[in-house]
Design a binder for this molecule. Sequence first.
Ligand code: WTA
Length: 650
Amino acid sequence: MSETSHAEGRTFPPPEQLAAHANAGPEVYDEAAADRLAFWEKAARRLTWTQEWDEVLDWSNPPFAKWFVGGKLNVAYNCVDRHVEDGHGDQVAYFWEGEPADDTRTITYAGLKDEISKAANALLDLGVQAGDRVAIYMPMIPETIIAMLACARIGAVHMVVFGGFSADALASRLDDSGAVLVITSDGGYRRGAPSALKPAVDDAVGRSPGVRNVIVVKRTGQDVDWSEGRDLWWDDVVDRQSTEHEPESFDAEHPLYIMYTSGTTAKPKGILHTTGGYLTQVAYTHWATFDLKPDDDVYWTAADVGWVTGHSYIVYGPLANRATSVMYEGTPETPHRGRWWEIVQKYGVTILYTAPTVIRTFMKWGEDVPKDFDLSSLRVLGSVGEPINPEAWLWYHEHIGGGRCPITDTWWQTETGAHMITPLPGVTSLVPGSAQFPFPGISAKVVDDEGNELSDDSTGLLVLTDPWPAMLRTIWGDDDRYVDTYWSRFGKNVYFAGDGAKKDADGNIWLLGRVDDVMNVSGHRISTTEVESSLVGHPSVAEAAVVGASDPTTGQGIVAFVILRESGTDSGDELVQTLRNHVARDIGPIAKPRQIMVVQELPKTRSGKIMRRLLRDIAENRELGDVTTLTDDSVMNMIKEKLPAAPSED
Ligand code: WTA
């Protein structure tokens, strides 16, 4: 049975109990439709501001938006202090679970406030000022969150780099952002063993003269190289500080963080998020999309803090809403394949938010694994990162949600900062595989190449037609690229998301994957150009073409075609392994090609453009599409003859 026929026609109405007590009922759509800006203004009032704004939105110079103009607030105060002042200091902010199972920490709001204040004082001691960039390259430990909030508290701009990225990737981000300080740790636990972080920092910082200090959290106790005068132990600089720190208010448009993401060129883009609008939308969406009840729920975003999902829905949204969250350091199969379900059972997790690629992995492991655990505490499930295929949706619904939990399939991006298209669990009748409707106050459309709206199930491009509070404000240091990438295809008032989509007769939006040269591997964005430039950076490679081929578990898998420099060069398995490892070292293990094929030529159009479409056909073992524009169609036969039997594992 095909996936669609499996789910065809089935819709899942909201559970009655949930609908009756939902944070967001049907009225939110009406309110937002009646007055979009008033709706967001009301959402902003859920936060504590020290100065009222003069204007909700200034869009006089598109695409450069200003939200809550003139308003002032402190993000850390909103996430932590105000809850302590309201008498919730003893409430747990995070149940932290290390990968080694006996390694746990419980952090209350009061405890978090003290730690953040101490870290803020330490940063000030080291000369960090508002507006300075601070890099954070950390495992999934509480200090990562403490460091982020300490930056926010003093107005420093954090730039978190996912711990799986290489020294090169870190170095280019330190350079592009102009970071003055790096916060890292000796290492973290992955798959049952300590995995080092400090060596990559030493390498990267060695090339970044702007970095004055490196603060190192002790997590694994591994040996580390030490640069006297530059390197400082977290315990030495933070522990001796006072727990008193008066938060200063910052302008609503003060920069909060930079997060790098892959674009269509080899150079990652530094997405800039600011203060007031961002916090307004992450807090409101977290409250509405997951129906978060701060007194009752135990909330878990099972993702890494190093991605935007972690920023918005492990840190800022949940804390602004006074959630009690779970934070887990390690991998799902350590020490056994039921680890996640053990965590759900242990803490009584009520809301779980994760990615389709992980769900498909669990499907592969089989339903007998979760069956051994009590998952009856769960009441809402979320999905993010890529389209969730109906089969995975139904499995998640049945075997994790026990058939009773709504699934919110949330479409958004690093650039959008917060949920943009998603069902609401107390309102929407769910259609498996579709992210369904724009969030209240968000305007999304599917259009054809000329910008005409499509709503008849035909495939087009997803665009956002009004600015939104958590939108990126620019690409760090490159306003032109910001305008060119997102706001030029259909003019300066229309945001081009880079995703294909269709809208059906019921108004459901179906996301169809990227339309540009960005791949989506296990929910992570990687550009084909980035991997190509890494490959041609290797001395044996003359030319490379990379495509994302569909993959049953990871969504897409990276498949590379390379032409070697000398025809005599060894083209055996060993070289392929070397090249795969070369890319992993260059960019990070997530960019390691699933498969590399050594070829004599690449299919090109007469104008010299590589025809990726054909390479994708090959990589996915399909009949070749139209080859009429190819210079030499024998190239394709040559490539096909060289196809290895099966893609390599690991
Ligand atoms: C894809 C992650 C379909 C999409 C928050 C987008 C999705 C890119 C979904 C952003 C979803 C994310 N359904 N596709 N629910 N969520 N995507 O910046 O292609 O890492 O453009 O942000 O992931 O990835 P990013």
